[in-house]
Design a binder for this molecule. Structure first.
Ligand code: CIZ
Ligand code: SF4
Length: 359
């Protein structure tokens, strides 16, 4: 990057000192990660933000829903700043609160709302997290989705409804389906996809009544692009290769892979891998490149060279970070992310439910 800009970033960071804490998501650019006080996935970063009560400013280098979670988990006096407000998440945006409220009305009309609990992926807006808290559900991450689903089904089964217990899983259909099929032993017939753009979600009343997993029609624009063909091709090209993918990938990809797990899991797997071993990784490119650089003694391949960065993550670049930091130094808070008090309360209930899950 531009040496002048790096110099300005260093100066602004030094001027802020302990008043600021900089969080960097694993999918961020290297030029941004260089200034991160801590790196992590969305869950780890939310906890790191909460663990810094002394920092006046939390500079969140990630996407909007992550900054919202940081605001929910930090004190009212702390200011969470997202260096570029256009850093959204296409998956989170696939579940708008009015669509979710409408979907819940459908479930009520069909008579299944009282045998359904929402289980909501961390990658969702604060409004959807709040909806989840108001309806007795839980948040989950890609590391604890199985535990979250088991908790929800146990809670519903204990209540003893006359219809099969159900989870409304939002917004990532792939994480929901992969967890139900691979970890809970469900069959594809137990899962239906609720399309918010269609009347009744595009489902018949009978399909909704029989379902165990009602999967919201959402996906990640990065992970959703890997295909089973990518796995077949890399195995043919590199015999003996280990294929490691994120659970936001389609079920066909996860089924064809050797290992599936969260970002933190992917990093740990490579740390533990034998020197000389070969790996194909199906996740965001900034992370894969960084993992490859950290392990020159292992062969790290990208699962598909046409799938690349998360475009919204990449909106946070050094110019935006410098602008945000220099503004704070000058006494102007820019791009503050604030969740309204009522949503923050109920989203916190759903997040606390996740933290209370077993194991
Ligand atoms: O940080 C996370 O939990 C992940 C998996 C982020 C993402 O954007 O998919
Ligand atoms: Fe959203 Fe996917 Fe980008 Fe993560 S990688 S921020 S889920 S679009």
């Amino acid at each position: 990057s531009d040496p002048d800009l790096v110099e300005r970033a260093r100066a602004a960071r030094a001027a802020l000192g302990s008043r600021a804490f900089v969080l960097g998501h694993h999918y961020q650019r290297d030029e941004v990660i260089d200034f991160a006080d801590v790196t992590g996935d969305s869950f780890k970063l939310a906890r790191e933000a909460a663990a810094r009560p002394a920092a006046e400013f939390i500079l969140f280098c990630g996407v909007h829903f992550m900054a919202e979670s940081a605001d929910i988990l930090t004190s009212d006096a702390q200011q969470v700043v997202l260096p570029d407000l256009a850093a959204g998440c296409s998956m989170a945006d696939m579940a708008a609160i009015n669509q979710v409220e409408d979907a819940w009305e459908v479930l009520q009309d069909v008579g299944i709302a009282d045998v359904t609990l929402p289980v909501t992926y961390m990658n969702s807006t604060a409004a959807i997290k709040a909806f989840t808290g108001r309806h007795g559900g839980t948040i989950c991450t890609s590391s604890n989705a199985e535990v979250a689903l088991r908790w929800a089904f146990d809670k519903l089964d204990a209540a003893g409804g006359s219809l099969p217990s159900k989870v409304l899983f939002m917004p990532d259909q792939h994480l929901g389906r992969n967890t139900a099929l691979l970890k809970l032993g469900m069959s594809p017939a137990d899962c239906v996809v609720f399309d918010p753009r269609k009347p009744n979600g595009g489902l018949t009343d009978a399909e909704l009544r029989d379902a165990r997993m009602i999967l919201w029609r959402g996906h990640c624009s990065v992970h959703g692009r890997f295909s089973e063909r990518n796995v077949t091709d890399i195995r043919a090209a590199v015999p003996g290769i280990n294929v490691l993918v994120h659970p936001e990938c389609k079920n066909e990809v996860v089924e064809a892979a050797d290992y599936v797990g969260s970002t933190e899991y992917i990093i740990k797997m490579l740390d533990a891998a034998e020197p000389g071993s070969s790996w194909a990784i199906g996740t965001e490119l900034n992370l894969v490149r960084r993992v490859a650089r950290a392990h020159p003694d292992k062969q790290v391949h990208y699962l598909d060279s046409t799938v690349c960065f998360c475009s919204t993550m990449n909106r946070i670049d050094l110019p935006h970070l410098v602008w945000a930091m220099e503004s704070l130094v000058a006494g102007r808070t820019v791009n503050r992310i604030v969740v309204d008090a009522d949503d923050a309360h109920w989203a916190r209930v759903a997040l606390d439910q996740m933290l209370a899950l077993p194991g």
